[in-house]
Design a binder for this molecule. Structure first.
Ligand SMILES: [Zn+2]
Length: 227
């Protein structure tokens, strides 16, 4: 099936600056807005309120345990807040011993939630870097996607966060992150467009400045930007 696509390649043409700045601002806002957690009981009562808002009776047998389940599900959906992505990458890296080829982990599946509707974002991420002196275990790249995915997200911000973290910790010659995802807030409500995939990318260093390096990567991951 041919998927419709909204391309928001952050490195491309004139739009790039605006998108990058927006992503930076969102990352900054998030750092200053951590709040105190409510109790489990408070959280369950909030779910009861939403069930009543939906028009149902939270005390009927089928729904009586739903608030507890939803609150436990939230612990899974949002467990990324409990992990420090810098620490995750910082724990293990080695010398490259002269390896200077692109390292690519493609098709990393993830499930996130949009911060506007708390609706699922289901997609896959491709993460690549060109090492300088440090490399990281390949599984850490998948864990990094997981840590940022298990938070409230917008796709542009998640893309930038993964790229910025890798860039800061590994200080590589280049970093590229491309994410393709379907947003259930678009497919099940609002504009109601099933089958639409959004593609975002963040290219740093050699992936940004060197067209050949970028094209090599995009060919490896199946040209999701359509270029
Ligand atoms: Zn949304």
């Amino acid at each position: 099936m041919q998927l419709g696509r909204l391309c928001a390649g952050l490195f491309r043409e004139r739009k790039s600056r605006v998108s990058v700045e927006k992503a930076e601002r969102l990352i900054k806002e998030e750092q200053v807005s951590r709040v105190e957690k409510p109790s489990r009981e408070e959280a369950e009562r909030a779910v009861q309120t939403l069930l009543r808002w939906a028009g149902d009776d939270p005390f009927r047998p089928g729904l009586i345990n739903t608030p507890g389940r939803v609150v436990r599900a939230y612990e899974e959906y949002f467990r990324g807040y409990n992990e420090d992505p810098y620490e995750l990458l910082g724990r293990t890296f080695d010398e490259t011993e002269g390896y200077d080829e692109m390292i690519v982990l493609k098709d990393i599946s993830f499930a996130s939630h949009c911060e506007h509707h708390i609706a699922p974002i289901i997609g896959k991420a491709h993460v690549a870097y060109l090492p300088d002196t440090k490399v990281v275990g390949i599984s850490k790249l998948a864990r990094l996607v997981e840590v940022y995915g298990k938070r409230l997200q917008i796709q542009e911000k998640m893309t930038a966060q993964i790229a910025n973290t890798l860039n800061a910790v590994l200080e590589p010659k280049g970093v590229a992150v491309v994410i393709e995802a379907a947003h259930e807030c678009m497919t099940t409500r609002g504009v109601d467009k099933p089958g639409v995939n959004m593609v975002t990318s963040r290219m740093l260093g050699a992936f940004r400045s060197d067209g050949a390096t970028r094209r090599e990567l995009l060919a490896m991951i199946g040209n999701p930007l359509g270029s």
